[in-house]
Design a protein around this ligand. Structure first.
Ligand SMILES: Nc1ncnc2c1ncn2[C@@H]1O[C@H](COP(=O)(O)OP(=O)(O)O)[C@@H](O)[C@H]1O
Ligand SMILES: [Mg+2]
Length: 283
């Protein structure tokens, strides 16, 4: 029997990974084999045969294109030549703490396209084989999100420059169309929605700061207001697409982690596709 793909969208810090951990634990405790698939998770696997090797190099190139032109207080950035060197340092964490200047629109747009390439590999060569093996695949971030955020960063940098603005409109329409297609659309899609000020508090309580692409720092604007602006812009797109794609909406609030997780699990497991998967009709 074919497996089932459950994907999540939502602001950074709103609780997607936490809900996926919780769902995975409760399904596994009932004997269901679960695979958590994300680009970030895959590149940390010990077996670096295809598609992991390809995803590792694209991961680094997604950063290189995004910030390669930037300058920090200590001069131009210098990113490692290959993924092994990148992974052995703390390049990503350091970037998230660096004030960046001088990024133009080309880098973020190129990085969005690298993100799209990574998403295609993930869908075709990691998720699809797992579904063919009959596994439950939990995707804590539907890869459209990274593509959209980079397009928004590019838009913020380019403003209404006629060389970029119409191009970005077309690129976003293309991304929405591609991710709305059969290759990417999950069996169960879930938008995790809720107050962004809570998401900001939860995220910063976790790590002390927000990530490189969680505010507008690549466009030279960091901090809480920049986080809220980027997240608000992404969530508006997510809400429109959740309606169009017929995704579930899991509304989180300040009622406490356990209450939110319990509601989220009930919502996902109650989806008709999930109920059919867990209790297939006898043939
Ligand atoms: N409903 C909630 N109440 C309190 N804290 C929460 C809630 N949901 C998530 N958190 C906390 O917020 C932080 C960010 O959650 P995470 O799942 O990593 O978000 P995401 O994956 O959406 O970026 C985590 O430390 C998590 O424990
Ligand atoms: Mg997460």
């Amino acid at each position: 029997m074919r497996g089932i793909l459950v994907s999540f969208l939502g602001a950074d810090g709103i609780g997607k990974s936490t809900l996926v951990d919780f769902l995975a634990e409760s399904l596994e405790s009932e004997g269901v084999t679960v695979r958590r698939v994300s680009w970030r998770r895959l590149i940390g696997e010990p077996d670096t045969s295809w598609p992991v090797d390809g995803l590792q190099e694209l991961w680094l190139e997604a950063f290189r294109t995004l910030v390669g032109r930037a300058r920090s207080d200590s001069g131009p950035l210098s990113l490692p030549r290959d993924y092994a060197e990148w992974a052995s340092g703390d390049g990503e964490a350091a970037l998230a703490r660096t004030e960046l200047r001088g990024v133009g629109p080309a880098g973020p747009l190129a990085s969005a396209l690298v993100g799209l390439a990574g998403g295609v590999l993930l869908a075709g060569d990691a998720v699809e084989p797992a579904l063919e093996r009959g596994e439950v695949v939990l995707q804590e971030t539907f890869p459209f999100k990274q593509v959209l955020k980079k397009l928004l960063v590019c838009r913020r940098i380019a403003g209404d420059d006629p060389a970029w603005s119409p191009l970005l409109d077309r690129m976003q329409a293309m991304a929405e169309d591609v991710f709305g297609g059969r290759l990417f659309q999950p069996d169960v899609g879930v938008l995790v929605d809720g107050p962004l000020d809570l998401a900001f508090r939860w995220r910063t309580a976790q790590s002390g700061h927000v990530g490189l692409l969680e505010d507008y720092r690549v466009a030279g604007d960091s901090g809480e207001a920049a986080y809220l602006r980027l997240q608000q812009e992404t969530v508006e797109v997510f809400r429109r697409l959740a309606g169009q794609w017929d995704w579930l909406i899991h509304q989180v609030d300040g009622s406490g982690l356990e209450a939110n997780l319990g509601r989220g699990r009930a919502l996902v497991l109650g989806h008709p596709a999930f109920r059919r998967f867990l209790n297939p009709a006898p043939c």
